[in-house]
Design a protein around this ligand. Structure first.
Ligand SMILES: O=C(O)CCC(=O)C(=O)O
Ligand SMILES: [Mn+2]
Length: 211
């Protein structure tokens, strides 16, 4: 695939060094049945920050490792603290999508072991943060947007400064890695709307190599 793709890292999808948006790469219609199956086994919940504030987006996970936040901090773990059971398996179509998107963006060999699913209602947002609970920052982040549109704001590796707004609509995939792997990023508040598949929600599916 690398030969066919050529120098994808500087290709037409690159927004900033190491930040790629693959527009219309998938669609909610294709993925929501998989997400519904995951949520039936590991329901969406509002985790709390280490400071005790409920998060704005509801979350669940699939795959060998799930990302968890509670009063004890942020971490990855193999079991759902709500049920005590392992997180549901990562559906094969989701894993395949993540691998393909990473390769297209110039990160061949990505093999995610963690898939965090965020559900945003209208008005929900995510403040600026780095993804830094993973072991290997050589591995990219693959972030799939489904349903209602949003603005994904990409900052630099230091807190603050000006963000590059990246509009993300249903089916868009943002891949960031390499020089952008430790960039701060945020999701602006979701505007009111209705999507034919997800209704009043935006879903984000984030794939990572955590362990
Ligand atoms: O919802 C998004 O687009 C980004 C989510 C995110 O940054 C995260 O879960 O760490
Ligand atoms: Mn993040």
């Amino acid at each position: 695939m690398a030969d066919l793709l050529g120098d994808a890292r500087s290709g037409p999808w690159q927004i900033l060094p190491g930040v790629h948006r693959l527009a219309g790469f998938t669609a909610a219609a294709a993925l929501m049945p998989e997400i519904d199956r995951v949520a039936a086994a590991a329901p969406f919940r509002f985790m709390v920050t280490p400071g005790g504030q409920p998060m704005s987006a509801a979350m669940t996970n699939c795959g060998p490792l799930g990302w968890v936040s509670d009063r004890a901090g942020y971490r990855y773990g193999p079991t759902d603290p709500e049920t005590g059971r392992p997180w549901p398996a990562m559906p094969a179509p989701l894993a395949a999508l993540a691998r393909t998107a990473a390769a297209v963006a110039g990160f061949p060999g990505f093999d995610p072991d963690a898939c965090l699913i965020n559900r945003y209602a209208v008005g929900a947002r995510m403040g600026a943060h780095q993804d830094r609970d993973e072991r290997d920052f050589g591995q990219p982040i693959v972030s799939v947007s489904l349903g209602l549109p949003a603005v994904f704001a990409m900052y630099g590796p230091k807190r603050g400064g000006r963000a590059t707004p990246i509009p993300v609509a249903d089916g868009d995939v943002v891949v960031f890695g390499g020089p952008a792997r430790r960039n701060y990023h945020a999701v602006r508040a979701i505007k009111p709307g209705h999507h034919p598949v997800t209704g009043p929600y935006r879903f984000n599916v984030t794939f990572r190599k955590a362990g």
